[in-house]
Design a protein around this ligand. Structure first.
Ligand code: N01
Length: 541
């Protein structure tokens, strides 16, 4: 007699969790290969990150023409971006368009938050439950839960007594928040805070920014997408996409080959000045060694600090805004529109909570160790329990009932960021140990999805029903991820979420793979070409 799990397996080959960039493309690829697949999505619409992050000023830090799917030529030809950096509603429209264009919705179950996923060893099947009590089962499980989807909300004593409204930027109300005339507090000055602060300041009666770590930020220089540029992009998409895939970080721009200190100081400053004027993440590409040589990095960092000093009129505020505790770009560098300028407004106050930590929330505001700040509304731009958080929010249990939470108690261990030893038939798109968040995400996602799809096809064509990485492969990959990080300056940012440092109690492990997207993709291809080395493949029982 068939078990329940076996019956369900007959219905679905693959369950995918999440309907953002990753889940949508995974579903499309699986269908193309003739697999049956169902996507379970916690929200009531597609979009993932771009569904949840509706805070004021939410915008992408990669340029629109390449922060998009490359898998379908007609799609990239027909879609018209309106701005250099797309705003959240525009990206959400794009993803809704993709869902409609490829008829994806019929296989997506919305309003289903997956609570647990258990591997049934006898049936080679994953069994999932949702918060509504539904049960789903499939041979393979693919998580497409995003890297930055588990909100990090500071545990501030007394927050429950705060009389005003409070919001986390990653769970923004769909109807928006009216800040008119309100005394608003924003906690956090990462990419999100830096985008939201200037926009909130425009509307609030008074804005108080609670900063723990001063951040570097480069002007975005956003503007409308020029029709001529859009035409040119569309004529050259093949080359642009090739360049993205051949790059370190998924962006289609050239990184200078010159070390920063190989050019005279005046010329170096001119290079930075031009990069500052052009704006955007490309600033990092001004010299070859900004992420590998501290002395080189210091030149960029000091250039940016000087820009902050020039921009911010009050010298005490300017001094507080100067990033000094980490090299430039060792945390994901924000890009902004009028961020530092905002501190010149009479109705904006900067509070340094490293100097005077937040002690408690009261019914009327926030109290730090040195003062009380009356507030009507609090915004937490405090980021995410990155990479591992979205996976550990689900109670995932592999072979022998072992919980992923226990297996990762000292930090994540994966093979290629794609699989965890002891968790057969589970694939993690852009998991810890993959280049993911160090790259332009859609490019990284497409590479992962394509690899997983080909892998599943390989298994099916050979009558194999189980794939599982080995401890040895995960161990070796972990060491490689660690050494790749230490060939860069990235681990020097001690407060970085790349290290898990932003979440109290989280193990400090450098999570993303810093060896570059192209090298990573080559490695994944070699693994597949060699018959999936590092994985044990098993035929049907
Ligand atoms: O989160 P963050 P984010 N008390 O973790 C502070 C992507 N993204 O949402 O640095 C006081 O970077 C924290 O301080 P510290 C992008 O990859 C992309 O801004 O930990 N402060 C920090 O200042 C980005 O990197 C886009 O000391 C507290 C801030 O909150 C990633 O998302 C836009 C605190 C959190 O910064 C995350 O960015 C937005 C506490 N208890 C985001 N806890 C684009 O595409 C945390 N902080 C443009």
């Amino acid at each position: 007699m068939m078990t329940m799990a076996e019956q369900d397996t007959a219905l679905t080959d693959v369950l995918v969790v999440g309907a953002g960039f990753a889940g949508l493309y995974m579903l499309h690829r699986l269908r193309g290969l003739g697999f049956s697949a169902t996507v379970l999505e916690a929200g009531d619409g597609v979009g993932g990150t771009w569904y949840w992050n509706r805070y004021p000023g939410a915008r992408c830090d990669s340029e629109s023409y390449y922060y998009s799917y490359s898998f379908d030529e007609a799609l990239q030809q027909e879609w018209e971006w309106t701005e250099r950096y797309p705003e959240q509603p525009e990206i959400l429209r794009y993803l809704n368009h993709v869902a409609d264009r490829f008829g994806l919705r019929r296989d997506i179950r919305f309003d289903r938050r997956v609570t647990d996923a258990v591997f049934d060893h006898d049936a080679d099947t994953w069994v999932l439950h949702t918060d509504g009590g539904e049960r789903y089962a499939a041979r393979f499980l693919v998580t497409a839960v995003g890297c930055l989807s588990s909100a990090n909300i500071p545990r501030i004593p007394g927050l429950e007594t705060f009389g005003g409204g409070w919001f986390h930027t990653g769970r923004w109300p769909h109807e928006g928040v009216d800040f008119s005339g309100l005394r608003v507090g924003v906690v956090g000055t990462g990419s999100t805070g830096i985008q939201a602060i200037p926009v909130i300041a425009e509307h609030a009666g008074h804005l108080t920014v609670f900063q723990r770590t001063a951040n570097y930020s480069i002007p975005a220089r956003n503007g409308p997408m020029e029709p001529g540029f859009q035409r040119e992009v569309k004529q050259n998409y093949d080359a642009i996409r090739r360049k993205q895939r051949a790059s370190t970080n998924g962006h289609p721009f050239d990184v200078s080959e010159r070390p920063a200190l190989s050019v005279p100081e005046e010329e170096r400053r001119a290079v930075y000045a031009a990069a500052w004027l052009r704006g955007g993440l490309r600033f990092r590409a001004a010299f070859a060694d900004l992420l590998t040589d501290k002395d080189a990095n210091d030149t960029a960092a000091e250039f940016i600090r000087n820009k902050i000093r020039e921009t911010v009129l009050d010298p005490v505020t300017a001094e507080r805004l100067l990033p000094r505790d980490h090299p430039f770009a060792t945390k994901r560098p924000p890009i902004d529109t009028d961020y530092f300028e905002t501190y010149n407004r009479e109705d904006v106050t900067l509070v340094d909570v490293r100097e005077s930590p937040i002690v408690e929330a009261t019914s009327t505001g926030l109290r730090t160790s040195s003062a009380e700040y009356p507030l009507d509304c609090l915004v937490f731009a405090t980021g995410f329990d990155a990479l591992t958080g979205p996976l550990l929010d689900i109670d995932i249990r592999g072979a022998g009932g072992r919980a992923l939470r226990d297996v990762w108690a000292d930090g994540p261990r994966t093979y290629l960021g794609l699989q965890v030893a002891g968790f057969p038939n589970l694939f993690t798109i852009t998991g810890p140990g993959s280049p993911s968040v160090l790259t332009n995400m859609p490019t990284a996602i497409e590479q992962h999805v394509d690899w997983i799809a080909e892998c599943l096809n390989h298994l099916r064509s050979r009558g194999l029903t189980r794939i599982e990485t080995t401890d040895a492969a995960a161990e070796a990959w972990g060491a490689h991820v660690n050494s790749a990080a230490h060939r860069t300056l990235l681990p020097m940012a001690e407060s970085s979420w790349y290290l898990g440092a932003n979440v109290p109690g989280k193990p400090r492990v450098f999570m993303p793979y810093a060896g570059g997207l192209a090298a990573y993709a080559r490695h994944c291809d070699e693994v597949a070409a060699a018959g999936y080395v590092g994985f044990a493949l098993t035929p049907a029982l």
